[in-house]
Design a protein around this ligand. Sequence first.
Ligand code: GLP
Length: 241
Amino acid sequence: MKIIVKKDYEQVSQAALEIMLDIIKNKPNAALGLATGSTPIRLYELMQEDHLKNHTSYKNIESYNLDEYYGLSDDNPQSYYYFMWHHLFNKLDIDKKNIHVPSGEGNIEDVTKHYNELLQQHPRDIQLLGLGSNGHIGFNEPGTSFQSTTHYIALKQSTIEDNAKLFFNGDISAVPTHAITMGIQEIMDAKKVLLLACGERKAKAVKGLIEGEVTEELPASILQKHQDAIIIVDEAAASLL
Ligand code: GLP
C-alpha cells in the first residue's frame, strides 16, 4: 500500500484527480469503479472542471458504482444513482449506457446476479473508495466476508447515523436500512484501488486500515493485501498514525 498524507481535503482531492486523470487519459475506454459519500465530491467537481477546461474525453469511459440504497429508485434525489448524475456525470460527455449503478429496486437475487455478472465481464482499471468511520468500504460493513461478491446488506446503526448528513435536513428516519453493495472480492479485483479519507472522525479507521491486522472486522484492512492500493488521507485522518 502506498500511503500519502496531504494537508487538507482540497489537497487530497487534487492528488486523487491526478491519479484518475492519468488513467482516463492513458486508456480512453477505462472502466472506473466509482464511489459516493461526501469525500469524493470535490474530486468529482475537479473532474468536471478539468473536462470543461481541457476537454478530457469520457466518451468511451465505463463506470461501475459501488453501491445503492435498497428501496430508492434511480430518480429519487437521495439515491446514489442520482448523486452520481448530480455530482459528476451531468457535466461529462460520458455515454449514459456506460454508466452502471446497482439497482436499488426489484428482486434482490436478480439485481445482485446481474451486477456480479457485469463486474465479472468488465474488470475495473481503478476502484475509488471512501471509508466508513467503522472501516466499511462500499457498504461492506464489519463482519462481511473478504470473499463476498455483490450482495444485499443491513446497514449498521452507526452507518445510518453517519450517512444521515446527506439526507434532507439530516433526517435519519429517511435513511434506508439496507443496501446493495459490490462485494469485497470485487473491490479487490480492480487493478488499482484509490481510497480517500479526511477528517478526525476517520482517524481510528485509518489507523486500523494501515497499521492494524487484516480482519473482516475492519473491511478496509484487506487493502493491505492489494498489489496496487493508494491511500490518500488528510492530516486529521492521519492523526493517530
Ligand atoms: C457511505 C458509502 C461509502 C462511503 C461512506 C463514507 O457509507 N456507501 O462508499 O465511503 O459513506 O462517506 P463519507 O465520505 O461521507 O464520509
